[in-house]
Design a protein. Structure first.
Length: 342
């Protein structure tokens, strides 16, 4: 019923590194999920839309399609309607997010072909961090490189937005958000705005992740370049796909599989991940000059109780820190923005 009177019916598409999530939302003042699901592949967008079309049968047709776009690049710092100029900027931004960017571009093109005439909206993970001060965005390399867009951007912004919105009037002045999913990042939020975050130019930096290194001594890359002859594609595979908990454990990057495996290597990988999260949270507390609340979110943050326990224990020394677990509602944020911008 609600869909018939909705201001907009939004098909929200969230292509993460390990899954494609879709949701059909009726948006008025409230945002109501009509139907949604997850497809555990990022390879075949034709197959993805076949599955979506089957799921959407009998529901109102989308009036707008909203996409999560991981990297907006140097020229896009606000969510926007997608046109040719935006597509050109997104193609440029692929250089900074090779893990997510090309898949998003392909998804927009296929969506345009499947739903001709339906407007599409880009919702950038980087937008939430666009107002970070120079102290956070500047990387410690010669300043000339900044002109080509090399700086800290920060990601998981839609997730952070959704946490700020869920907290509403309970939003504290000094908040740390730990988004712990397949990708993981930690963000310092002062009065609702990002002032620092753990990911950098790309979603490879910061916290150790499922298959990504997170921060790594740059000397390791130089050593591998010099001594093993690995080229850029091979290094990208190494740092994005073969490292993190998967690389250390030799088992998997999925926390559920690591817990079940219970080998020494899996245990080390998990303890390294937990330590890495605690260290990044402590760094964000330093950036904020203290913290009132830590929110855990993302697949691991929401569902893996032992990780939450380890983080509580690892941060027990922080005075006055309330720790909450909240769901990452990236898709609801996409629906809201798409309805507003269509
Ligand atoms: N019930 C669960 N218990 C423990 N860990 C979980 C559970 N469900 C999901 N996870 C973890 O969350 C990860 C996926 O997180 P999610 O935020 O959904 O990923 P994505 O980056 O694809 O958006 C999985 O790889 C797994 O490590
Ligand atoms: C930015 C990022 O790492 O996204 P995801 O966690 O969805 O892979
Ligand atoms: Mg995600």
């Amino acid at each position: 019923m609600v869909a018939l009177v909705a201001r907009a019916v939004v098909l929200a598409l969230n292509s993460g590194s390990s899954s494609l999530k879709y949701g059909l939302y009726a948006v008025e003042d409230a945002v109501v999920l009509l139907v949604g699901g997850t497809i555990e592949t990022t390879d075949d967008h034709g197959h993805f839309f076949d599955a979506i079309e089957r799921a959407l049968r009998g529901w109102p047709a989308p009036t707008v399609i909203g996409h999560r776009i991981v990297h907006g690049g140097p020229h896009r710092d606000a969510h926007c309607r997608i046109d040719d100029a935006v597509m050109a900027d997104l193609a440029t931004a692929c250089a900074f997010a090779p893990l997510h960017g090309p898949a998003s571009l392909a998804l927009i093109r296929v969506a345009g072909a499947r739903y001709p005439g339906v407007p599409q909206v880009a919702c950038f993970d980087t937008a939430f961090h666009a107002g970070m001060p120079d102290l956070a965005t500047t990387l410690p390399i010669p300043r000339a490189y900044r002109a080509s867009g090399i700086r800290r951007y920060g990601f998981h912004g839609l997730s952070c937005e959704s946490i700020v919105r869920q907290l509403g009037s309970e939003l504290p002045a000094r908040l740390v958000i730990a988004h712990l999913g397949n990708g993981a990042s930690v963000t310092a939020v002062r009065d609702g705005r990002s002032i620092d975050t753990s990911m950098g130019l790309t979603p490879t930096g910061g916290v150790m992740m499922a298959t990504r290194t997170g921060d790594l001594d740059p000397g390791v890359l130089l050593h591998l370049l010099r001594e093993t002859g690995l080229d850029a594609p091979a290094l990208a595979t190494l740092v994005d796909h073969a490292s993190g908990m998967a690389g250390v454990s030799g088992v998997s990057g999925d926390m559920r599989i690591l817990r079940a495996a219970a080998t020494d290597e899996a245990d080390l990988a998990i303890r390294m991940f937990e330590r890495s999260v605690c260290k990044q949270v402590a760094a964000m507390i330093a950036s904020l000059g203290g913290a009132d609340m830590l929110v855990l979110t993302g697949g691991i943050g929401e569902h893996d109780a032992p990780t939450a326990r380890a983080i509580r224990a690892g941060l027990a020394w922080v005075p006055g820190l309330e720790i909450r677990i909240l769901p990452s509602q990236e898709d609801v944020q996409i629906a809201r923005h798409a309805a507003t911008l269509a």
